[in-house]
Design a binder for this molecule. Structure first.
Ligand code: AMP
Length: 427
């Protein structure tokens, strides 16, 4: 088989790594890929959102399966375009991708199908939104309606902060068209967790739980990022909680999509708050999370390719999936300044040593090759990922791996996985 992976970050490196272990696969292309991916796949210089060129390439190369990493091409209809041409693709239709493409759409969908989530109102008029904030008080959550690369959410602990966020979105143009409408949402208290599920639109297979670390600094302080680390499983998702997530959230979501004729053949991401009254949806994503993919897919023992194919072909009934009992931890190494401005082009050393740490694997996120050397080329640069028999040993290995890597301005959180340690009473 020939497989095309679309994207060029840590999530795509993880997908390429896992797909490359399948005996069914003869050749992998990745568009555009990165310096780490280049060791496993042929990188093609096509942007992840250039659907016309990707389609042309897939036809020319007779690609048997395309796997889409990022959300933007899905929202723009890449799956529909490929399906129209009879090309197999892992990813939802544009209609279904609106679950991520519009927070307002997702909230209304959850309302119609009784899926637990925070109460909300949608506004496109700043004055009306401000009046609502004055009525409701803080804390309150302000969300740009459209895609904002994970940066469109403000959890406001006082009214002024919320009003500022509304103004930035609606009148300030902070997120362009994505911010012209805002969702104002009830603040949910609890611990966050992620559950991913493969689906063919009818059936689903859940993956083990995980937990992301969105804030830039230790203790969940500072601005939100694309994700500074993850671990799997998340002990906050006990067996009972998982059952409720399946019964109250996953099954109704998949049935709801079907009822709405939104074709979904891919992976559905449930960002959850585990509250005292049960799990509630914070957000849907229509693709693997990054860095949750690193923590979850390293635990997948089965060949991923038959599962991806079964989703793309619309029949998961025969698919089998087996998970490792090991715990996985991914520590993201970022460039100094991220998620604000940062410099690129810093030479990276120690990758060989890092890769030799027991149970560890380094996934590249923002790297490039220059004059035979690997250099930084993004805010999130690498994901030092490790498996261990329990969470403390996985954390130790992931940090040993992270410490072996050097580049100017390297930054990482030092508390990835600590919440799991605390919850399990081992810390
Ligand atoms: P989102 O992009 O919707 O996942 O939001 C980014 C982050 O904001 C989440 O990971 C949460 O930490 C926080 N957040 C979003 N919505 C809520 C909410 N309703 N209550 C509390 N925190 C929230």
């Amino acid at each position: 088989m020939k497989v095309l992976v679309v994207g060029g970050g840590g999530r795509e490196h993880t997908l390429v790594w896992k797909i490359g272990r399948s005996p069914l696969v003869k050749k992998i292309f990745c568009a555009p890929g990165n310096a780490g991916i280049a060791g496993l796949a042929e990188c093609v210089n096509i942007a992840a959102d250039d659907i016309d060129k990707l389609l042309k390439f897939a036809k020319k190369e007779k690609i048997d399966l395309t796997v889409v990493g990022p959300e933007a091409p899905l929202v723009d209809g890449i799956a529909d375009r490929f399906n129209e041409q009879g090309l197999k693709i892992f990813g939802p239709s544009a209609d279904a991708a609106m679950l991520e493409g519009s927070k307002g759409f997702a909230k209304k969908f959850m309302g119609r199908f009784d899926i637990p989530t925070g109460t909300f109102q949608i506004f496109s008029d700043a004055d009306e939104a401000i009046e609502f904030i004055r009525d409701m008080g803080a804390p309150i959550v302000v969300k740009a309606d459209g895609l904002a690369a994970g940066k469109g959410v403000t959890v406001a602990f006082n009214e002024e902060e919320a009003i500022k966020a509304v103004k930035q979105c609606i009148t300030g143009g902070a997120f362009g068209r994505a911010g012209h409408r805002v969702v104002l949402e009830e603040y949910l208290e609890g611990e966050e967790a992620t559950v991913l599920a493969f689906t063919d639109g009818k059936r689903y297979l859940t993956m083990p739980s995980s937990q992301d670390h969105k804030a830039i600094h230790d203790g969940d302080k500072g601005p939100n990022t694309g994700g500074m680390g993850a671990y799997s499983p998340a002990p906050v998702v006990t067996d009972d909680v998982m059952q409720r997530i399946e019964d109250e959230i996953i099954r109704p979501t998949i049935d709801g999509l079907r009822e709405d004729d939104c074709e979904y053949r891919g992976m559905l991401y449930f960002g959850l708050m585990i509250t005292d009254s049960g799990p509630k949806v914070i957000e849907y994503n229509v693709r693997f999370g990054d860095p949750e993919a690193q923590a979850v897919l390293t635990r997948l023992k089965s060949d991923i390719v038959p599962i991806l194919l079964a989703c793309a072909e619309g029949d998961l009934s025969g698919a089998e999936v087996e998970w490792s009992e090991d715990v996985a931890v991914c520590v993201v190494l970022a460039s100094k300044g991220y998620p604000g401005k940062y410099e690129k082009g810093k030479p990276i050393s120690g990758l060989d040593k890092a890769g030799k740490v027991s149970g560890a694997i380094v996934f590249h996120a923002g790297t490039a090759a220059r004059d035979g050397k690997i250099v930084t080329s993004g805010g999130r640069v690498l994901g030092a990922t490790a498996l261990g028999a329990d969470i403390p040993s996985a954390i130790e290995r992931a940090y040993e791996c992270a410490d072996a890597i050097k580049f100017a301005g390297k930054y990482c959180r030092t508390d990835i996985g600590k919440k799991a340690v605390a919850r399990l009473g081992k810390g």
